[in-house]
Write a protein that binds this ligand. Structure first.
Ligand code: OOB
Length: 552
């Protein structure tokens, strides 16, 4: 397989990780039939009335893989996957992994802007989308994006109303045919463990999201070590609430962690408390994961709805900052263990242990999943800080790839020459070696766990002729933690409202969660010594504005 732009793992490290057994030296798809044979009729995936056994999953994934191969997709190709939380997500992803076709994990709110840019970057040969989702016509969007891509890309649709010219994915999953023959063919044409398994998106700090190539080796490390850190086993019933294409529900330990442990994955189509509680009660869910903003909604609703959460043993909370008192409140209100998670699509992942004492469970984000993970805290000059001090976290290890896909210049900034990834997070380490996230130095907005690159929003707004200068900063928010605020200086005599700016960004095809929710107009911007907008000063200014008494 040749992927131009892929930063491979250094050969000596790959060898050492395999020798130590932290990399199993297998592909993700190679487990499928082992599971089917050992677990047969045990239920693997639940989505409403649909219940797929491990055997159903293997038969359908292979059927889809074989038929996609007949349609010309092969090892080393890439497709964009933009599916909601449905059983088909698991079958499609597994089929692609079997075939060595790399799924690029898009999110349902992504629109033309993200799909076109990422699709071009990874040279996508297809887009897998629902027909419609939440009233939006994804099929139409996919045809538009496919038409704009330089690579010839087919539109593959999961749904009841597949348009002429699109491929009906459900039909390709039909289990009829030569099951053993397909299995043998796919086994014989398997990708290699060092091949790229999935492309994940990074929150990123520049332009559109950066693409992270995760190999079968390093993603299996992520999955198996996460499952172990969270005590997943064959009794685990995991509820997937957050969008499945996000690394947190996908593999930390999430959907793949539950499947590897022999457990069951239940899909919730929405993170709202009512469907989540209903699923927990109906399926006797034992573990789920969410960002603090979502868990807080469950906590509030639990007081009035009084759901039966007696089966729930663990809630994994991560993706954005969580104060210790709120963490404690969550655990008490939901009556289960809280495991904090500090992770990133770039690799590193930390969990508080299931049996951690309260002080560590509520006040830290835990240790990394393996002793092979290295953590280094550095000051602004890149020098190590004294033990216990706060600084930027650099990390290396078996789950943290050595570069983003296809951006060599960015990689020189994001990685040190000896392979440390600069997380952009401000962290301190406790004497036990547990991470405590204190803030960040990277220029992004974390809106309830969704990462929004300030630069991406600014670049688009800068296109407006009325705008002289723009800077996107986080505006503190009681629900989401942060929302996007833009400071704008207009050219003389010009002005635009927040609604006008939003409309422009929507028309440019930007995902709705990235659209600014606050506008502050300035006559003059504060600048840094190199002439950039001074975001530190802008954040102070925002705090001053917020502390002023509001006019009646
Ligand atoms: C998860 O992954 P990403 O790639 O969407 O975002 C990673 C970034 C981190 O660099 C950090 O800035 C922030 O999200 N973050 C946290 C956090 N967990 C992630 N900030 C404060 N406290 C935490 N507990 O967000 C992600 C991936 C896998 C598992 C969990 C979260």
């Amino acid at each position: 397989m040749s992927f131009e732009g892929f930063v491979p793992w250094p050969a000596d490290l790959a060898h050492a990780y395999r020798a130590a057994g932290v990399w199993p030296g297998r592909t993700m798809g190679s487990y499928l039939w082992e599971w089917a044979e050992a677990r047969g009729d045990r239920v693997a995936v639940v989505d409403g009335v649909v219940r797929l056994s491990y055997r159903d999953l293997a038969v359908r994934a292979d059927a889809l893989a074989a038929r996609l191969s007949e349609r010309g997709l092969s090892r080393g190709d890439t497709v964009l996957v933009q599916l909601p939380n449905t059983w088909e997500f698991v079958v499609v992803t597994t089929a692609l992994l079997r075939l060595g076709v790399v799924p690029t994990m898009m999110l349902p709110p992504h629109r033309d802007h993200e799909l076109t840019a990422i699709g071009a970057h990874v040279r996508a040969r297809g887009l897998v989308v629902p027909d419609t989702w939440r009233g939006f016509d994804h099929q139409e969007l996919a045809f538009r994006v496919a038409g704009a891509l330089p690579s010839s890309a087919s539109v593959l649709v999961v749904g009841d109303s597949v348009a002429p010219g699109a491929v009906d994915v459900r039909a390709l999953m039909d289990p009829s045919g030569d099951v053993a023959g397909r299995q043998a063919w796919l086994d014989a044409h398997s990708p290699a463990p060092s091949d790229i398994a999935v492309f994940l998106l990074s929150g990123g700090t520049t332009g559109v999201p950066k693409v992270i190539s995760r190999t079968h080796d390093d993603y299996l490390f992520n999955i198996t070590h996460s499952a172990r850190a969270c005590a997943f086993d064959s009794e685990t019933v995991y509820l997937a609430v957050l969008p499945a294409g996000h690394n947190f529900p996908l593999a930390s330990p999430g959907i793949f962690g539950a499947l590897h442990a022999g457990g069951r994955v239940v899909f919730s189509s929405s993170p709202r408390p009512e469907p989540v509680f209903a699923a927990i009660e109906a399926e006797r869910v034992t573990a789920t994961s969410a960002v603090p903003a979502v868990v807080l909604k469950w906590v509030d609703a639990a007081a009035s709805l009084k759901p039966d959460l007696s089966s729930l043993r663990y809630v994994h909370v991560g993706g954005s900052m969580l104060a210790p008192d709120i963490a404690e409140r969550m655990a008490r209100a939901l009556g289960c263990r809280l495991q904090q998670v500090y992770g990133m699509a770039e690799g590193l992942i930390c969990y508080t242990p299931p049996d951690a004492p309260d002080s560590l469970a509520f006040g830290t984000q835990g240790p990394p999943v393996s002793p092979f993970d290295e953590l280094l805290i550095v000051d602004e000059d890149g020098l190590p800080v004294p033990p216990g001090g706060e600084g930027e976290l650099l990390t290396r290890g078996p789950g943290t790839p050595r570069g983003y896909y296809g951006v060599p210049e960015q990689n020189k900034l994001s990685f040190t020459p000896d392979g440390w990834f600069r997380t952009g997070d401000l962290v301190r380490l406790t004497p036990e070696g547990y991470a405590v996230v204190c803030g960040r130095v990277k220029d992004l907005i974390n809106r309830g766990g969704e990462k929004i690159s300030a630069g991406e929003v600014e670049t688009l707004i800068q296109e407006l002729p009325e705008v002289a200068e723009v800077a996107a900063v986080p505006s503190p928010d009681p629900v989401y933690g942060e929302r996007v605020c833009v400071f704008v200086r207009f050219h003389g005599g010009c002005s635009l409202s927040l609604a006008e700016i939003s409309r422009f960004l929507t028309e440019r095809g930007l995902a709705a969660f990235k659209i600014p929710e606050r506008l502050e107009v300035l006559d003059a911007f504060p600048h840094t010594a190199v002439g950039k907008a001074d975001k530190k000063a802008l954040k102070v200014l925002l705090a001053e504005i917020d502390s002023q008494p509001r006019a009646a």
